[in-house]
Design a protein around this ligand. Structure first.
Ligand code: F6R
Length: 364
């Protein structure tokens, strides 16, 4: 049942405020003073290194979480795509924790990577949407998304729920390790509880995105740029667009632009810049100006204040709510999803049934 929407994808994008509310409610105590995980016997205070493995959108969720685990919890993190990880058979030091992210819990490469890490005596954690899946069954600790069934082939609500669960885990581990104090821990929990409201507010961009999508739909190539935790979001925005609109798109770290991809820029290439007002904002803006100096058509996605400071000379703008730094990559998933969806609509492709793709990739 599409609940009145044209596609499951649109329904699943729209239901994210209630999905996230539900996800968050499963991971905290009544007065929102503690992050609570399902029962386990893992010593969180002594997680000294984390290896994260996933595919596709789940891989981008893991890459985003690397920024949180390293910055907030001070735990070094390796992230890899499962199809590479499994055949590289990396050496595993004693006490390694491996975390697998998978909506379906059945992705063949991710499951094989999990089995390899289990054979090396790593502790296995997983973030899955399907609690009875193979990946969940073979984990020492399963963190379910509680996102409900995801039907659209392009992952949307599972992605933001993965990010929410990974953020909760990062602050839980940060506090257990003494990397943040009780006040910072509570502040982060309170920030996470603002997610449903901020996501609802972000969904208000739908009309603006429809107009922008009409122009994006005529492009051959689109570049997405972001810095810090917004870099994986740039790749996620590009992946969503490729999947359902069939337009070639690439996500790059803004600072990497001048090392090659800037050669692609001319007036026919739209460049989507994801730049919340965080400590890296000025750097993103100067990269954006380099694009505009080469006639690139910039779509700037930022908050009101960010747009006021930097929108001059851009082709289009999307106004996002002001967000705490922790939440920015989760909130900026909304424009990534809506740009892909409305561009697909404008091109007349079927967002729910993209060509050549299956919802669950159970063969390698
Ligand atoms: C993209 C998408 C895929 C999946 C990937 C992993 O929109 O849906 O890239 O994210 O196939 O699937 P799971 O999360 O089920 O392991």
């Amino acid at each position: 049942d599409k609940g009145g929407y044209k596609h499951f994808m649109a329904k699943e994008i729209a239901e994210q405020p209630s999905v996230l509310k539900n996800t968050l409610s499963h991971y905290q105590n009544a007065d929102a003073s503690e992050v609570e995980l399902p029962d386990h016997n893992i010593d969180l205070a002594h997680i000294d290194r984390l290896t994260m493995v996933a595919c596709g959108t789940a891989f981008y969720a893991a890459l985003t979480a690397k920024y949180w685990f390293e910055k907030i919890a001070r735990v070094p993190v390796d992230v890899d795509v499962a199809s590479e990880f499994r055949y590289r058979e990396p050496p595993v030091s004693p006490g390694t924790c491996a975390l697998f992210v998978s909506q379906s819990g059945e992705t063949a490469d991710t499951l094989a990577a999990l089995r390899y890490m289990a054979s090396q005596n790593a502790t296995i954690l997983s973030v899955v949407n399907v609690p009875e899946s193979s990946i969940a069954r073979e984990s020492d600790l399963v963190l379910p998304l509680h996102a409900g069934v995801e039907i659209g082939v392009a992952s949307t609500k599972a992605f933001t729920a993965q990010l929410a669960v990974l953020a909760l885990l990062a602050i839980k581990i940060a506090y257990a390790r003494g990397a943040i104090d009780a006040a910072q821990y509570r502040t982060h929990i309170a920030e996470l509880n603002r997610l449903p409201g901020l996501i609802s507010q972000a969904l208000g961009i739908d009309g603006a995105v429809q107009d922008i999508a009409k122009k994006l739909a005529t492009a051959q190539d689109i570049i997405f740029l972001g810095r810090g935790a917004l870099y994986p979001l740039a790749m996620e925005g590009a992946l969503k667009l490729k999947e359902i609109s069939y337009i070639h798109a690439e996500g790059y770290p803004s600072g990497e632009l001048k090392h090659g991809p800037i050669a692609l820029i001319d007036k026919s290439v739209p460049v989507v810049v994801m730049a919340p007002m965080d400590p890296l904002f000025d750097k993103s803006v100067s990269n954006m100006q380099e694009v505009m100096a080469r006639s690139g058509q910039v779509l700037l996605i930022s908050c009101k204040q960010g747009l006021k400071t930097a929108a001059e000379g851009t082709w289009a703008q999307i106004t996002m709510p002001t967000t705490p730094d922790l939440l920015a990559p989760i909130i900026y998933a909304i424009p990534a999803q809506l740009l892909a969806y409305h561009t697909a609509l404008a091109k007349g492709t079927d967002a729910d049934q993209p060509r050549n793709l299956a919802k669950s990739v159970t063969v390698e």
